[in-house]
Design a binder for this molecule. Structure first.
Ligand SMILES: [Zn+2]
Length: 66
Protein backbone atom coordinates (compact mmCIF):
# COMPACT_ATOMS: atom_id res chain seq x y z
CA UNK A 1 0.00 0.00 0.00
CA UNK A 2 2.75 2.41 0.93
CA UNK A 3 4.59 1.49 -2.24
CA UNK A 4 1.62 2.48 -4.39
CA UNK A 5 1.19 5.68 -2.41
CA UNK A 6 4.86 6.50 -2.88
CA UNK A 7 4.64 5.87 -6.60
CA UNK A 8 1.61 8.16 -6.86
CA UNK A 9 3.46 10.91 -5.00
CA UNK A 10 6.48 10.58 -7.28
CA UNK A 11 4.22 10.67 -10.33
CA UNK A 12 2.43 13.77 -9.08
CA UNK A 13 5.72 15.55 -8.39
CA UNK A 14 6.99 14.68 -11.87
CA UNK A 15 3.80 15.94 -13.51
CA UNK A 16 3.86 19.20 -11.54
CA UNK A 17 7.54 20.02 -11.88
CA UNK A 18 8.09 18.53 -15.36
CA UNK A 19 11.87 18.41 -14.98
CA UNK A 20 12.30 17.41 -18.62
CA UNK A 21 10.76 20.72 -19.70
CA UNK A 22 12.68 22.84 -17.26
CA UNK A 23 14.98 25.24 -18.97
CA UNK A 24 17.30 27.17 -16.78
CA UNK A 25 18.34 30.30 -18.51
CA UNK A 26 21.03 32.47 -17.09
CA UNK A 27 20.52 35.81 -18.72
CA UNK A 28 23.38 38.21 -18.81
CA UNK A 29 23.05 41.75 -19.95
CA UNK A 30 25.17 42.29 -23.01
CA UNK A 31 27.26 45.40 -23.13
CA UNK A 32 26.10 46.04 -26.66
CA UNK A 33 23.19 48.37 -26.86
CA UNK A 34 20.94 48.25 -29.85
CA UNK A 35 20.38 51.25 -32.06
CA UNK A 36 16.83 51.82 -30.86
CA UNK A 37 17.77 52.00 -27.17
CA UNK A 38 16.94 48.41 -26.24
CA UNK A 39 19.36 46.29 -24.26
CA UNK A 40 20.57 42.96 -25.51
CA UNK A 41 20.48 39.96 -23.17
CA UNK A 42 22.38 36.77 -23.84
CA UNK A 43 21.62 33.44 -22.18
CA UNK A 44 24.72 31.76 -20.81
CA UNK A 45 23.04 28.36 -20.83
CA UNK A 46 21.63 28.06 -24.33
CA UNK A 47 23.00 31.06 -26.17
CA UNK A 48 19.67 32.66 -26.92
CA UNK A 49 19.63 36.39 -27.47
CA UNK A 50 16.82 38.69 -26.52
CA UNK A 51 16.45 42.42 -26.94
CA UNK A 52 14.34 44.13 -24.32
CA UNK A 53 13.49 47.71 -23.47
CA UNK A 54 15.73 49.23 -20.85
CA UNK A 55 14.80 48.27 -17.30
CA UNK A 56 13.30 44.90 -18.12
CA UNK A 57 14.90 41.52 -17.65
CA UNK A 58 13.94 38.31 -19.43
CA UNK A 59 12.47 35.52 -17.34
CA UNK A 60 11.85 32.78 -19.86
CA UNK A 61 14.17 30.63 -21.87
CA UNK A 62 14.07 30.78 -25.62
CA UNK A 63 15.82 27.48 -26.18
CA UNK A 64 14.24 25.58 -29.01
CA UNK A 65 11.96 28.44 -30.00
CA UNK A 66 14.18 29.90 -32.63
ZN1 LIG B 1 18.51 29.75 -22.32
Amino acid sequence: MFLILGLLIVLAVLLILRPWERRECRWRQDARKLADGRVLFTCMACGAELALPKGRTPDTCLAGEQ
